[in-house]
Design a protein around this ligand. Structure first.
Ligand code: NDP
Length: 315
C-alpha cells in the first residue's frame, strides 16, 4: 500500500516516513522545495522507488493536493507551522486550517482509493487552563485560546495563536468529515511535546524544530511514539476518534533530573540542576490510546537524552 505524508521533511514526519517504509509501505511525501525532497530521497536511498516526493509549494492553494492523493490508500497530514516568532495569527491559522481543508477536499474529490486520513492535531487543541489535577481527555477543546485570539488578535500570546491554529484546524477537519462524500474515515492524533532524536535536515543548533529546540535550549543553553501512525492508519476501531498520545506528564525539573542522573549512559556532563520548583503538571488521559493500541512509550530520560545527544552529534 502507498501512503501520502504531507510536510514529509518535518521532525515528526521524517520518523513517520521511516517507520512506514520499515513496515513495508510505499511513501509519497510532500515538501515545499526540491532540496527538502532531495534530502529525504538520499536519506531513504536504500528504499529506491518505494519513497518518492512531490512538490506542494502552497498547501493553502485550491487543489493543492489533487494530484498527490491519487493512487494512495492512506493520508497522514502533518504539514502545519510550529512557530512562536510570528507577527500575525494568520501566519499560523491560515496554513493550519486551509492546509487541512485543502488535503481533505483533494482526498474527497480525487483520493478514490483512500480509506483513512490521519491528521496530526495536538494537545494544544485541548489545552484550556484548568485547576491542578485536571485530567485532559479527547472530549476537551481549547476554547480558551480561541477566545484569546478572537479578543486580542495579533496581541494574543503566540502560544495561544499556535493553539488556536491547531484547534481550528482539527475542528474544521471533523466538520468536513461529517459532510464528506468519499468512503474514507478520519483519525486525529493529539501529542503533547514530542521529543527524541532528529532525522530531519537541520541547518544548525539554533534552527531546530520547535520541540527539539525547546528541550535543547532548556538543557544545554540553560535559561529557564513511535509505530503509532501506522497503527492509527490501519486499526479499524480507531476510525472517527481523536486520540491523545501521551507518555505522561513532566516538569522541566524532571528533564534536568533525568539528564543529570549518574546512571545515564553515556553520562551527560553539564546538565543544569534547576530548582525544586515543579509547578502543577498537565495530565493527559492515556486511556483511549491504551485501549486501542496498547503501546508503550519511551521514557522521559531516554527521550531527553536522545534529543540532546542527537543535536550535539550534528552541530
Ligand atoms: P516541524 O517544524 O519539524 O515540521 C513542520 C512541517 O510542516 C514541515 O514539513 C514544514 O515545511 C511544514 N510547514 C510548516 N509551515 C508550513 C506552511 N505555512 N505551509 C506548508 N507547510 C508548512 O514540526 P513538527 O514535526 O514538530 O510538527 C509536525 C506536526 O505535528 C504539526 O502539525 C504540529 O502542530 C504537530 N505537533 C508537534 C508537536 C511537537 O512537539 N513537535 C506536538 C504536537 C503536535 P517546511 O520545512 O517547508 O517549513
Amino acid at each position: 500500500a502507498k501512503v501520502l505524508v504531507t510536510g514529509a521533511n518535518g521532525y515528526i514526519a521524517v520518523w513517520i516516513c521511516r517507520i512506514l517504509l520499515e513496515k513495508g509501505y510505499s511513501v509519497r511525501g510532500t515538501v515545499r522545495t526540491p532540496s527538502k525532497g532531495d534530502y529525504l530521497k538520499k536519506l531513504f536511498e536504500k528504499e529506491g522507488e518505494r519513497f518518492e516526493y512531490v512538490l506542494v509549494e502552497d498547501i493553502t492553494a485550491e487543489g493543492a493536493f489533487d494530484e498527490a492523493v491519487k493512487g494512495v490508500q492512506g493520508v497522514l497530514h502533518t504539514a502545519s507551522p510550529v512557530a512562536m516568532a510570528i507577527k500575525h495569527p494568520d501566519e499560523l491559522i491560515k496554513p493550519a486550517v486551509q492546509g487541512t481543508l485543502s488535503v481533505l477536499t483533494s482526498v474527497d474529490k480525487y483520493g478514490t482509493e483512500v480509506g483513512r486520513v490521519v491528521i496530526t492535531s495536538s494537545c494544544a487543541a485541548i489545552l484550556e487552563p484548568h485547576e491542578g489535577g485536571y485530567v485532559y481527555t479527547e472530549k476537551d477543546w481549547n476554547d480558551f485560546s480561541l477566545h484569546e485570539v478572537e479578543q486580542k488578535s495579533e496581541k494574543a500570546a503566540p502560544i495561544h495563536q499556535y493553539r488556536t491554529s491547531k484547534t481550528l484546524a482539527e475542528q474544521n477537519a471533523w466538520r468536513f468529515e461529517k459532510e464528506k462524500t468519499g468512503k474514507w474515515d478520519l483519525v486525529t492524533i493529539l501529542p503533547p511535546y514530542v521529543f527524541g532524536p532528529l532525522l530531519q535536515e537541520t541547518a544548525g543548533k539554533d534552527s531546530l524544530n520547535f520541540s527539539a529546540q525547546l528541550i535543547y535550549d532548556a538543557v544545554v543553553t540553560p535559561k529557564t511514539g513511535e509505530a503509532l501512525y501506522s497503527y492509527a492508519g490501519k486499526l479499524e476501531e480507531a476510525g472517527g476518534e481523536r486520540i491523545i498520545v501521551s507518555a505522561g506528564y513532566f516538569a522541566w525539573q524532571d528533564l534536568y533530573d533525568a539528564l543529570s542522573s549518574p546512571s545515564l549512559d553515556p553520562p551527560f556532563p553539564d546538565a543544569p540542576k534547576g530548582s525544586s520548583e515543579r509547578g502543577a503538571p498537565l495530565i493527559y488521559s492515556g486511556d483511549l490510546c491504551n485501549k486501542l493500541f496498547g503501546i508503550g512509550f519511551r521514557g522521559l530520560r531516554e527521550s531527553a537524552r536522545d534529543t540532546v545527544f542527537s543535536v550535539r552529534e550534528r552541530h
